[in-house]
Design a protein around this ligand. Structure first.
Ligand code: SAM
Length: 169
């Protein structure tokens, strides 16, 4: 795929540059893919609508699921990612498909950055899909995102199991 593992000074472990993949994704994203993401989010969240709910997309990647949350009616959506190319991708997605969504904010941030996370409010739904095992300190990241969930809110986390060569391939 031509992506490199690079060591970033402020990141404790090797960091995969997802942003390059997401930039390619921008070439193929269309209404059909967005609708698929909406359906997938509906299934995971077990609800057809996010009306009245706030949604945090921690490690948002392309921003596709944030866009889906906007389309499902969330009153507030905040996306952050450590990778600046991902942030740029999410912003581009917003520009193309949700330009008027004033309730959707996007910025650079890390699940390991306590000061940044403390600057955020709590959310009804915190969605952190496929992120924590990449961040360099999975349990710290987990503890940090838990704190961003409102009382009676919901946390959706997916972590992947590294199976060595098989996973890398
Ligand atoms: C497999 S992608 C998942 C993206 C998105 N959540 C999704 O489901 O499409 C993993 C994402 O985690 C991000 N990431 C890695 N370390 C991070 C950190 N410390 N804080 C925030 N995001 C991070 C990467 O930049 C990448 O966009």
């Amino acid at each position: 795929m031509g992506n490199a593992w690079v060591l970033k000074e402020d990141q404790p472990r090797q960091h995969f540059e997802f942003g390059k993949n997401w930039q390619s994704f921008l070439k193929v994203v269309d209404e059909e893919r967005i609708a698929e993401a909406e359906n997938s989010l509906r299934t995971i969240l077990e609800t057809g609508s996010l009306a009245g709910k706030s949604f945090l997309d921690a490690g948002a990647g392309s921003g596709l699921f944030s866009l889906a949350a906007v389309r499902l009616g969330a009153v507030r959506v905040h996306s952050f990612d450590y990778d600046t190319a991902c942030v740029a991708c999410a912003r581009e997605l917003k520009r193309r498909y949700a330009q008027d969504a004033r309730q959707w904010t996007i910025e650079r941030g890390s699940v390991l950055d306590n000061a940044y996370l403390h600057s955020l409010e709590q959310f009804d739904i915190v969605y952190c899909w496929g992120v924590l095992h990449y961040c360099g300190d999975m349990w710290k990241g987990m503890a940090n995102v838990v704190q961003l969930v409102m009382p009676r809110g919901k946390l959706f986390v997916a972590v992947f199991n590294d199976q060595g060569v098989k996973s890398r391939r």
